[in-house]
Design a protein around this ligand. Structure first.
Ligand SMILES: CC(C)(COP(=O)(O)OP(=O)(O)OC[C@H]1O[C@@H](n2cnc3c(N)ncnc32)[C@H](O)[C@@H]1OP(=O)(O)O)[C@@H](O)C(=O)NCCC(=O)NCCS
Length: 120
């Protein structure tokens, strides 16, 4: 029998051109944490990394909703990278420690996609 009782999945796709905004954009500052902004704006083409993190947040919201949980706001989700470069999801302590989320991201200069799985 599985260790986990429930699984939720989520997917999202975003056009990169929507994210061609400056570092000081109030919209970006509302959606992304300081660490996410720092990561994206140190890249040679930030819109691609912003777009994929936005898609990641939407995918995480869908996956958590699939578990029947009240979804977090975009700003309550933080997507950073582990030592290998893989995305890791931070959820600002709004769920108990038995709720896990895994995320996969991919992007081109035009499109960004994300797929998430949540389980508890
Ligand atoms: C990891 C890898 C598959 C990414 O593929 P890619 O076609 O270059 O890039 P994609 O657009 O599909 O995906 C980019 C996203 O993948 C994610 N990613 C990066 N490294 C990753 C990894 N090791 N595992 C899972 N996801 C990873 C990141 O979220 C990245 O987005 P970001 O640049 O905004 O942080 C590719 O770089 C690869 O095969 N690397 C060699 C093997 C490896 O894992 N090396 C890591 C050193 S230990």
């Amino acid at each position: 029998m599985s260790r986990f009782r429930e699984v939720g999945v989520g997917i999202d796709i975003e056009p990169v051109r929507r994210f061609g905004l400056g570092k000081k954009s109030p919209l970006l500052r509302k959606i992304f944490t300081k660490k996410e902004m720092a990561y994206c704006f140190e890249k040679s083409f930030p819109p691609q990394h912003l777009a994929v993190r936005f898609a990641g947040k939407e995918a995480v919201i869908k996956a958590l909703s699939g578990l029947g949980l009240k979804p977090p706001s975009l700003g309550e989700i933080e997507i950073l990278n582990d030592r290998r470069g893989a995305p890791k999801v931070g959820l600002k302590k709004i769920y108990d420690k038995t709720t896990y989320v895994r995320l996969s991201l991919s992007h081109t200069s035009d499109l960004a996609v994300a797929s998430a799985v949540a389980f508890q």
